[in-house]
Design a protein around this ligand. Sequence first.
Ligand code: NAP
Length: 349
Amino acid sequence: MVQPLAEPAPGADFDPAATVRIGVLGAASIAWRRMLPALTATAGVSVAAIASRDRSRAAAFTERFGGEPIEGYAALLERADIDAVYVPLPNSLHHEWAAAALAAGKHVLAEKPLTTCAADTADLVRLAEVNNLVLRENFTFLHHPVHAVVRNLVTAGRIGEPRHFTSSFCFPPLPAADVRYRPELGGGALLDVGVYPIRAAQLFFGNEIEVAGAVLHVDPVTGVDVSGSALLATGDVVVTAEFGFRHSYGSRYRLWGSSAQLLLERAFTPPPTHQPVLRIDEQDHAEEIVTPAADQFARSAAAFAAEVRARRAGVPNSAAASNADTLCTAELLDAVRASARVVTVSGGH
Ligand SMILES: NC(=O)c1ccc[n+]([C@@H]2O[C@H](COP(=O)([O-])OP(=O)(O)OC[C@H]3O[C@@H](n4cnc5c(N)ncnc54)[C@H](OP(=O)(O)O)[C@@H]3O)[C@@H](O)[C@H]2O)c1
């Protein structure tokens, strides 16, 4: 159901040149470690307020990052001095609070996955479009320049015709209390890390991708999927996605073509100082290309702020295409779940 846009709060005038004033919903680990340092370092962005269910947690965050500490997420959305909201809540709460933010006239940058099902994502996309607001899912890897280097090499024919795209994101078990082990909060490996290989396949092959099958390993103690694999097809390219949190660490993709393979390790969460290395293997030749380091969180923060400014100024941008990408990811996740063979495993954490 599309909700109407609330009346603009007094004083919330949109000057295209003005700073983008951000409010944060939730004193989350990812906000503390990566996204708030990026937002506070971004030119033309100010962190105006941080809300928590607990005022003292909000205060601990504002002490480090600035802004007003606020108790309760709804109170932050009522403020006229907030242009945009960053939502790093547990996955099952993204839809409710992103919808409330959009209805309050705020642009939204929400953590991945944007929601837990395609119907909720479609609802947010409609709400953003009706209210002419920016809605972004914080897939920071999309902002790392290494993937454009890969795309250019592939389109220039460096690996021949692509045949397989294989991608993985796995890491060791988390503390038992982690939100990722709570089904009611949208936990599970597919939504937490399975989203990355799937979004990467879209990056290289577009949105015409179909799910052919999947396996999900579910831990009966917690009730969430702790690992899995999906098989997808796009044109004559086969895509395989591996994901989980009961593995040694791995984050990579491999494009295997008719004449060479291209491998990128640490594909999804490289530290800002890491110089990604592209390895190209041919029959009698191996080559490594070292590419520049980049802070993908900082670039994601800057891209979001730029898009908000462009929207205020009425400048056309790629929002429609990007909303389509976001919706496609959500539909592929639904299809993976629907087609999955569920296998019960023990020792999920
Ligand atoms: N883009 C990335 O690279 C990246 C990396 C890691 C995580 N993420 C995403 O970021 C989101 C948060 O992950 P995280 O690891 O930062 O989680 P987290 O540390 O557990 O933080 C979630 C926050 O949500 C709030 N919250 C509201 N209701 C809650 C409830 N019932 N139970 C627990 N917390 C609740 C809490 O803030 P208050 O108590 O202060 O209100 C909590 O601090 C997830 O969507 C995850 O997928 C993205």
